[in-house]
Write a protein that binds this ligand. Sequence first.
Ligand SMILES: [Zn+2]
Length: 477
Amino acid sequence: MARRVGIYTRISRDDEGEALGVARQQQDCERLADLRSWQAVKVYEDNDVSAFKRNVVREEFELMLKDLRAGLIDGIVAYDLDRLARQPRDLERLIEIYDERPRLEFATVTNDINIGTPDGRTMARIMVAFANKSSHDASRRIQRKHLELAQQGKDSGGPAPYGWQKDDRTKVDPEAAKAIREAQREILAGVRIGTIRTRWQEQGLGNPRAGTKRMAHHHVEHILTNPRLVGYRTYHGEILYGEDGQPVRGEWEPINTLDEWEAVCAAIAERKQKHPGKMLARKYLLSGIARCGLCKTKIRGQVNQKWQPGSKAARFTYQCSVVNGGCGKVGRVGDPVDKLIAQLVLEEQRARAAVTEVPFDQRWPKDAELEQVNEDIAQLVEAERSKQITVATLLQLLPAKERERDELKLERARFYKEQKQAEAKGEARNMTVDEFLALPVERQQEIVLHSLSAVIIHPAGRGRRKFDPSLIEPVWR
Ligand SMILES: [Zn+2]
């Protein structure tokens, strides 16, 4: 039986072409595993973290150690020792496991070191010790330089982030910017990042260089929430503030207005809070919305095993199921139900829109208040600098003001988020049923839940073949 190995990849914050770097590391590792006739069973991918910074938890690295210890994998393939362990501490923890389980495999793409052997361990320790020192020195030097440039609003080097032109990072790439804005509108309308990721992958969007198969979830999230979109300069992933307390502005063209960007960030943050961890993809429009007419249990969609593309059999059914605590007596072919509900909901939303048109271009009413707080903060900082007040006084007064500012900013983000969400949902009313059914399922569900709280599917009796719309009862909100 082939030995089962895990592949470890890592990209540091300074490599801008993120997903691409990881994809290449992974490919090279897979090739190496192939050469040794090992089976690569799992990929551990840490991102945006610097292995030589202390106190940074590399979640996937930790998971890999656990799997290794538990015997889920029989070894590791990494791109190089640097990526795997720059801290001697990490290397020692790894070696400890190789001690416990002597037959483990080990390989890196760039050097021929095997920490499974005593010689290999000595070599690895020396290499990591040197790398650790030089990266500290180098990092201090480079950091100072980077910070200097960042404070001037200068762009960092490297390949252009998605959204800007490849040969000129200061200019917006109109196609990419359009894709970003469209995805952001979808996010506000309730579409999951995973859905956008799948679509982008199919369309070859989202990555500045073509040919990369895989795009990580967080990579897509980063593209859609990057402070760079509003022209903010970041430093180590954080928005950089100038001496005046204002965010440093970069020298490139922005893609979003501040309220657009804040709305998207707020929507994603809120959804994370509501749904920690992975959400189950809902495959059918009325899963969890439809209820059984007999027992009132929630009904889910079920794929029809006999269905094949082109066949006349039903693609899926809504079925009351004993497994989910239902009576199991009510079921209906899925597609006509979806179509009927789509029709009814779109009609209802058109009718309602005619009565109450929401104004979408309203400004947040507290702009002046926020500006005042920002000014207060700037004055306090200035007062300390010119020795009118002491540092102690400044630190006494500042936190309250900062809290006030942060609360106002949060409020502003929520305001625009709700406005944009209403706007994005409002678009539904001009859709045809077919256009509606072509949307991602979670977007369809958002629209449906806007009008309906449930759909009751009444029993159809035995032997009845034709779909009877009168047995489908929408429950309006
Ligand atoms: Zn039932």
